[in-house]
Design a protein around this ligand. Structure first.
Ligand code: ATP
Length: 145
């Protein structure tokens, strides 16, 4: 077989939080198969700022309007797309985002499930280590907010 092409892709997303009594709650979503729990994110469109992508994708995927508090940095991972025989190197920029308004019932129907979790539970629940790393950074910042 031909050697795989290498392609790059960049997305942006967020850790949406809500202060609820003593513990901070954050939103996780489950796309595709209900087994992978992850953070809302999506592709950065042409001429779009990363921050704008994060706000737009959070609104689309979760039904929630949120404002950016600070950057949480980025993670990177690889995946292979068979239909293109391409190896994708993907980078995702994340932001800590405070809940303003909206309801998880208004999310994109392609998102199977969306739910608020206590931050400790969310750290255990996420499928990918990159997401866990981002949630740990969020937890450290939230401690001081
Ligand atoms: P986007 O939501 O940015 O538009 P997408 O839905 O097209 O992206 P990804 O969510 O990046 O694509 O998924 C592509 C592949 O990477 C899938 O096989 C998925 O399981 C895997 N994947 C998704 N998120 C991560 C992650 N944080 N770490 C490692 N692998 C991941």
């Amino acid at each position: 077989m031909r050697p795989a092409k290498i392609k790059n892709k960049t997305s942006a997303g967020g850790v949406v939080f809500r202060r609820d009594g003593t513990e901070d709650k954050v939103v996780l979503i489950s796309v595709r198969d209900r087994t992978a729990w992850t953070l809302p994110k999506g592709a950065i469109e042409k001429d779009e700022k990363r921050e704008a992508t994060a706000i737009r994708e959070v609104a689309e995927e979760t039904g929630i309007n949120a404002r950016i508090v600070t950057s949480l940095g980025s993670i990177a991972y690889w995946f292979y797309k068979r239909t293109e025989n391409a190896k994708y190197h993907k980078r995702v920029y994340y932001y800590l985002m405070e809940y303003l308004s909206g309801n998880l019932d208004n999310r994109d129907p392609e998102v199977n499930e969306a739910s608020w979790f206590g931050i400790e539970e969310a750290i255990k629940k996420v499928t990918y280590n990159g997401d866990r790393e981002i949630l740990l950074r969020a937890k450290e910042i939230l401690k001081r907010l």
